[in-house]
Design a protein around this ligand. Structure first.
Ligand SMILES: Nc1ncnc2c1ncn2[C@@H]1O[C@H](COP(=O)(O)OP(=O)(O)O)[C@@H](O)[C@H]1O
Ligand SMILES: N[C@@H](CCOP(=O)(O)O)C(=O)O
Length: 320
């Protein structure tokens, strides 16, 4: 459930009057998502997503996220396109929060990932990387290697509530990753949270990418590593190398990967698994039991981390 802020009819009318988008027909809260409040706004002309940015989004970073969506949409990527008001502004205030309207993307996301979904994801991710290459703004990835130790220290005292030896396991992994993290891979604009719930499909075809609120400047291969984790494991925890192969080969058809990028994949996949293990552990330990946001299982990412620790080279991800 992610409707943290209720918008009254009067507040909505006043907000919508600032746009040339027709008259409001309906405005329904969207239960999915965890970070922000989202409404599906229907007018007599079109459908839109109205987002009120809640406390986890730093308002100073909104111009980056909004500008990025504008940039990618203008280059033809299927992603939400921010809507300008009559005054030309995109970001404004609603109910005391920063708020914006973006175009509605048709499609649904899938919980059960098929081989075809992975084959569609690869080229779409590569296209996003290519189209993001000339985006002029940059944003440091505060959830990459430099950010992990701080998160670890925050969860360390209570990590044993999740798994008895979790703190020791994470400490050893962190030492290893800090010492071995790559320094010179190709950098670009990455999504950094391209999980299945952020990728829409219409029938067999990928119809769009959403939720750019973790986007940042980092190794493009790190985005792939995040997707190896999020898309290529089965519900029973088994890694599906066919899914990985389809995703990677689809990606490489649009943006070839260098030998360095391929070699770095097992390490990057360990880092990506640790990143989500840390943030999920933090949320697990700090979300009150009765909260309406469903906590995500940190142990899923502990098991993925253990899998990647045993990977000997990129060939195990199905690459020929
Ligand atoms: N542009 C969009 N088009 C269609 N649906 C959207 C769009 N943006 C968000 N949604 C819907 O809102 C839900 C939550 O959006 P998301 O950006 O993932 O929220 P959060 O950042 O809070 O996790 C999505 O799962 C989807 O159902
Ligand atoms: N994808 C992350 C959590 C972020 O959730 P989102 O709804 O903003 O995509 C995870 O699975 O831990």
């Amino acid at each position: 459930m992610a409707v943290y802020t209720e918008v009254s009819d009067d507040e909505l009318d006043e907000f919508v009057a600032q746009y040339d988008i027709g008259a409001v027909v309906s405005c329904k809260g969207i239960a999915e998502g965890v970070e922000n409040t989202n409404y599906l706004l229907q007018t007599d002309r079109d459908s839109f997503i109205l987002t009120l940015y809640e406390r986890r989004v730093n308002p100073a970073e909104l111009p980056f996220f909004i500008g990025l969506m504008e940039h990618l949409a203008a280059r033809g990527l299927a992603c939400p396109s921010p809507i300008q008001g009559r005054d030309g502004a995109i970001l404004r205030s609603l109910c005391g929060r920063p708020a914006a309207l973006v175009s509605f993307l048709k499609g649904v996301w899938h919980r059960r990932i098929s081989l075809n979904h992975c084959a569609e994801l690869g080229p779409a991710m590569a296209e996003m990387h290519l189209k993001g290459a000339d985006f002029p703004l940059t944003r440091r990835n505060n959830l990459s290697v430099e950010g992990w130790r701080g998160l670890f220290e925050a969860i360390r005292p209570r990590a044993g509530e999740i798994k008895e030896d979790l703190a020791e396991r994470i400490a050893a992994e962190l030492d290893f990753l800090e010492a071995n993290w790559p320094k010179t891979l190709p950098v670009g604009l990455i999504h950094a949270d391209l999980f299945p719930d952020n990728v829409f499909f219409l029938g067999d075809r990928l119809s769009g990418l959403i939720d750019f609120y973790f986007a940042c400047t980092d190794f493009m291969a790190y985005d792939i590593a995040i997707c190896l984790n999020a898309w290529c494991f089965e519900a029973d925890g088994a890694f599906n190398a066919t899914k990985a192969r389809l995703m990677l080969n689809g990606y490489r058809r649009v943006r070839p990967l260098s030998a360095e990028e391929l070699d770095a994949l097992p390490l990057l996949a360990r880092g990506a698994a640790l990143r989500f293990l840390l943030t999920r552990s933090y949320d697990w330990l700090n979300t009150p039991a009765g909260a309406f946001v469903k906590r995500k299982d940190p142990m899923e990412y502990y098991r993925k981390l253990v899998f990647h620790q045993g990977v000997g080279g990129p060939g195990e991800y199905g690459i020929e």
